[in-house]
Design a protein around this ligand. Structure first.
Ligand code: ATP
Length: 437
């Protein structure tokens, strides 16, 4: 983990927020490469779960909602962590995260746990006496329930169908830790899938299959993934059944995403609190009913962290001609997620090669993210690209001037092929796109 965190900082993937002021615990900034990686991951998710399906529509709702939303959802009442303090060193812990009866830091005695609401409070309005207290949303899904009727009556969707949303959520986590795994500000990729109760098990199984496949497609190793079924007695207040996908991080197994059967809890609760009917009317069967909701709820930051952990690889490769080796660090990102898809490198800067390479890079840039680099020996430039996970390096050499061909070096195998310069865009474009067969 330390090596990965240091690579992320050194190469501009992820930094701590406000670090020049000492940082903010649990808040992170995605730098130039991190923003591309996370954006590619979210785009891939949207491509697979929204764009490619004819039973899904999207939403981008506001982060701040009416305070009553959080009363109806049960968050004001039940979104609590039980906290305990060490009487000696004053450190604070979540009681359910402790494995010992005493302070894990100093062994001191702990206080009785007390409830602490983990929603982040804010105030809406400028005047002291009229400002309204509300919260930054702790999950993206509530706006989907609240907008349910607006969405189904403004589109032609029919149950079964889903609504997807990607966006920021906020939780005042007691102990933010494990890099971006547990943050106070993070992004969720959530779907609420509305179906008939009679079909809930069939849909639940289909969602399990689709979710699993997506994690494989974004490059996670199958032996580092597993399902965890929540026992009945520890289910959240809204859930009939919940399973989590867990990933084997360097710090242990951790939840990547949940899949919950929320039944009719949310639509019923918001209908009651708002006084607005949120049932669905099926014109074909002339039936009115509150649909059952299945919720695949994923975290974009946790998925990004899993991708970074799975991609990180150190290997011995030949260096020079006398049998020596060197260690190369390579980020084996799935090509559709790689921040930079191709680097264009002239063998030398002189003799017109730099100009040809720059022209080629400008053309490719229109289609995907590229990088131009002429500084240092070609081997070192390949290594720099390996370290940030660029799947293809294009080398412009003296033959290019003669026959307009270039070599393309593939990151993982380090094999090189020679192809006409005019075919490079198609050759790489096909291999880095989100498209699936
Ligand atoms: P945990 O038990 O780890 O606190 P949770 O069960 O409360 O997570 P959910 O409410 O099911 O999480 O949220 C759905 C998804 O949102 C999680 O699977 C995770 O990917 C992401 N998520 C939740 N809390 C955080 C957080 N503090 N930091 C980063 N991602 C989070």
């Amino acid at each position: 983990m330390d090596k990965l965190v240091s690579l992320c900082k050194r190469k501009g993937f992820i930094f701590q927020s406000s670090s020049i002021y000492g940082g903010v615990n649990g808040c992170w900034d995605f730098g130039p490469l991190g923003v591309e990686l996370k954006r590619n991951l979210k785009d891939d998710w949207w491509y697979v779960f929204v764009q490619q399906r004819d039973d899904m529509v999207g939403l981008d709702a506001s982060i701040i909602m009416h305070p009553d939303v959080w009363v109806a959802s049960g968050h004001v009442e039940a979104f609590h962590d039980m906290l305990t303090d060490c009487k000696d060193c004053k450190k604070r812990y979540r009681a359910d995260h402790l494995e010992t009866e005493n302070c894990p830091e100093c062994g001191g005695e702990l206080t009785e746990p007390k409830a602490f609401n983990s929603m982040l409070r804010t105030q809406l309005g400028v005047s002291e006496d009229t400002a309204v207290n509300t919260y930054l949303r702790p999950e993206t899904c509530q706006s989907i329930f609240v907008d349910f009727k607006e969405i189904y009556s403004s589109t032609r969707v029919k149950v079964p169908f889903g609504i997807a949303q990607v966006g920021k959520s906020f939780r005042n986590e007691v102990n933010p830790r494990n890099f971006i795994f547990r943050s106070r500000e993070f992004e969720q990729m959530e779907i609420e899938f509305f179906c008939r109760e009679a079909e809930e098990e069939e849909w639940f199984a289909r969602w399990q299959k689709d979710i699993w496949q997506w994690y494989l497609d974004i490059g996670l190793s199958e032996d580092k993934l597993r399902w965890y079924e929540h026992p009945k007695e520890s289910l959240a207040h809204y859930s009939k059944r919940t399973v989590d996908v867990e990933y084997d991080f360097p710090f242990g197994w951790g939840e990547l995403q949940g899949l919950a059967n929320r039944g009719t809890f949310d639509l019923t609760a918001h209908s009651k609190k708002s006084g607005k009917d949120l049932s669905f009317f099926d014109q074909e069967s002339n039936e009115r009913f509150i649909p059952t909701v299945l919720e695949p709820s994923a975290g974009a930051d946790r998925a990004t962290l899993a991708v970074l952990c799975d991609a990180y690889c150190e290997e011995e490769v030949p260096a020079g001609k006398d049998g020596k080796t060197e260690t190369r660090t390579v980020m084996r990102f799935a090509p559709q997620l790689a921040p930079i898809k191709a680097a264009v490198l002239p063998l030398v800067k002189k003799e017109g090669l730099a100009e040809i390479a720059q022209d080629l890079e400008r053309t490719l840039r229109k289609k995907f993210n590229t990088y131009y680099d002429h500084a240092g020996a070609i081997g070192r430039r390949y290594r720099r690209q390996d370290e940030i996970g660029t799947p293809f390096c294009i080398c412009v050499d003296f033959d290019t001037k003669e026959d307009e061909t270039v070599t393309i070096r593939e990151r993982d195998s380090m094999e090189q092929v020679r192809i006409p310069m005019a075919e490079v865009s198609d050759y790489i474009g096909k291999r880095v796109s989100h498209e699936r067969d």
